[in-house]
Write a protein that binds this ligand. Structure first.
Ligand SMILES: Cc1cc2nc3c(=O)[nH]c(=O)nc-3n(C[C@H](O)[C@H](O)[C@H](O)COP(=O)(O)OP(=O)(O)OC[C@H]3O[C@@H](n4cnc5c(N)ncnc54)[C@H](O)[C@@H]3O)c2cc1C
Length: 510
């Protein structure tokens, strides 16, 4: 471990041999090859805040630690890291680390500490508000840390950049599945474990963060640490759903369950919000479905319909009992649609839609999303009033999610949830026209709706686009905030980690 402490030495000139931290030598030939790749940083000029290629490096610059991957600073890499699925916030880092090892992460976090640089990991960049960006800092791209090390009944051990889609494929080969999957599964494990990870199975198994057995993390001070419910529990708890504020997840052991073969999917339609939520509550109460979600569907002629979407998982010869599953539910007469999917196709159901959205360019539109957790007692009233003010251009055809789950299934303290037995997730997954005035008005609408929800005990699911001040964050975390501040002071004393969440001011060390 001591070897990982990179020293700062003047760069060797190209005609010399340069000794690197771990004793390896960089011969002149290798130096010249590095110089040819002009976008790879080999040094940092702290006075100018500039990364330097081999050709630009000078003696006074701090040498970049020896890396298995590459630190790049070409415009294309910086531009990608300064963008996300929201396409609204753009904070440009000074460099992007394409890490090839945990050691790379350790070394760059330590380097960031020495030079006062913000640093964060970026998974698939599917945040919508700059959460995985680091202005003038370093973004670690986790896509190269995508190894599935093992899959078995004891769990799956994976790198942070593994997408849930890839894990699902690998685990199904062994007849296993993650207990909870998000609706869209091309998200990284590190990315969803930093926020929560909710889906139609949350009613039974909590969030994805509730199904983690062990983590390997690099703390803000650059220590590589293993944590679990039995080892360094406080850190384990605070990293899960901790929005990258204490440590970067470099490995996770995830719980797996036996996988069913098939999904029978039920779509029930309603014209009345109350009837819809009443049936969702009935289904939640007895847990009759393996998957339970719902959507609000704008009608072409104005107004809304409501869709209760549920799935029963099974493995033939056992078959779902339709009559029992639909008993007591009161959708519109004759509206119920029943479809069969393989379990994999159901979990990956958004893939064809996403492909067509990518092809049409809609995937690249601004996405000023609003995602709220509402106490069930006030959810109907809140949703009715939010829908009443909604114009078609406010969602641009993007889905409006609405489904309940039980708070008791959720165990992680930093995932802020209303103090209510039943919680409803409400999401305006907006696809906005690329008109800055419209986007700005939607961001303002997000803030206004958030404030109404907060006054009723609601919380923001921090994946979307709502402007938040440090005071908002303190209120968001509530009684957990002092503990988070103390842990931040302990594990990220220089305040370098994940500045894009804007929870702490830069360099804020409690
Ligand atoms: C189309 C779509 C569908 C979605 N559906 C769902 C859904 O059904 N359920 C749900 O819960 N969410 C959903 N989300 C939201 C999504 O879960 C979050 O935005 C998630 O953080 C995105 O994962 P990512 O890999 O893109 O992370 P990024 O956006 O890259 O990062 C998110 C945050 O996590 C941090 N981070 C990333 N990796 C690590 C790591 N290894 N260690 C520490 N911090 C890290 C980043 O710095 C950043 O702060 C959806 C998003 C989209 C765009």
């Amino acid at each position: 471990m001591a070897k990982l402490e990179a020293e700062q030495r003047p760069l060797a000139r190209p005609d010399e041999t340069s000794t690197f931290d771990d004793g390896r030598t960089l011969a002149r030939r290798q130096w010249l090859a590095a110089a040819a790749a002009a976008t790879v940083a080999v040094a940092f000029d702290a006075a100018r805040g500039a990364w330097l290629s081999a050709a630009q490096a000078h003696e006074g610059a701090a040498r970049v630690p020896d890396l298995d991957g590459e630190l790049v600073f070409d415009p294309a890499a910086l531009e990608e890291a300064a963008d996300d699925f929201g396409h609204i916030v753009h904070r440009t880092p000074w460099a992007v680390l394409r890490a090839q090892s945990t050691r790379d992460v350790v070394r760059m976090v330590r380097f960031a500490n020495r030079h006062g640089l913000g640093i964060c990991m970026r998974g698939q960049g599917h945040s919508t508000n700059g959460q995985a960006q680091a202005e003038g800092g370093v973004v670690i791209d986790s896509r190269t840390l995508n190894r599935i090390e093992s899959v078995g009944a004891e769990g799956a051990r994976v790198g942070p950049g593994v997408r849930w889609l890839d894990l699902l494929r690998a685990s199904l080969e062994r007849g296993l599945t993650p207990p909870v999957l998000t609706d869209f599964i091309e998200l990284s494990v590190g990315g969803t474990l930093s926020v929560g990870g909710i889906g139609g199975a949350t009613q039974h198994h909590g969030l994805q963060v509730d199904n983690v057995l062990e983590l390997e993390v690099v703390t803000g001070s650059g220590r590589l640490v293993t944590c679990s419910p039995r080892r360094r529990r406080a850190l384990f708890e605070a990293v899960l759903g901790g929005l990258g504020q204490l440590a970067i997840i470099v490995g996770a052991t995830l719980r797996l369950l036996p996988a069913p073969a098939s999904a029978r999917v039920y779509q029930l339609f309603y014209t009345d919000l109350e009837a819809f939520t009443r049936d969702q509550q009935r289904a939640l109460d007895d847990g009759r479905f393996g998957y339970l979600e719902g959507q609000v569907l704008p009608l072409p002629e104005g107004g809304f319909q409501f869709l209760l979407e549920a799935a029963a998982y099974y493995t033939p010869p056992e078959l779902p009992d339709d009559a029992a599953l639909l008993a007591g539910l009161e959708p519109l007469n004759g509206s119920t649609v029943i479809e069969e999917y393989s379990y994999f196709d159901w979990q990956n159901r958004l893939a064809p839609l996403v492909e067509s959205l990518r092809a049409s360019g809609a995937w690249d539109l601004p996405h000023p999303w609003l995602n709220l957790f509402l106490p069930a007692s006030s959810a109907d009233a809140f949703i009715s009033s939010a829908l009443a003010g909604l114009r078609p251009e406010d969602t641009g055809g993007g889905p409006i999610l609405c489904y309940p789950f039980r708070r008791s299934e959720l165990t992680r303290q930093l995932v802020a949830i209303p103090d209510s037995d039943v919680v409803v997730i409400f999401g305006l997954l907006r696809f906005a026209a690329p008109d800055p005035a419209l986007v700005q008005s939607l961001l303002e609408q997000n803030r206004a709706l958030f404030e109404i929800a907060r006054a009723q005990g609601g919380k923001r699911y921090p994946i979307g686009s709502v402007a938040f001040s440090p005071a908002d964050w303190a209120e968001h975390f509530g009684a957990c905030f002092p503990a988070l501040v103390a842990l931040r002071g302990r594990f990220d004393p220089n305040g370098v980690l994940t500045p894009g969440q804007q929870i702490f001011q830069r360099g804020d060390s409690p």
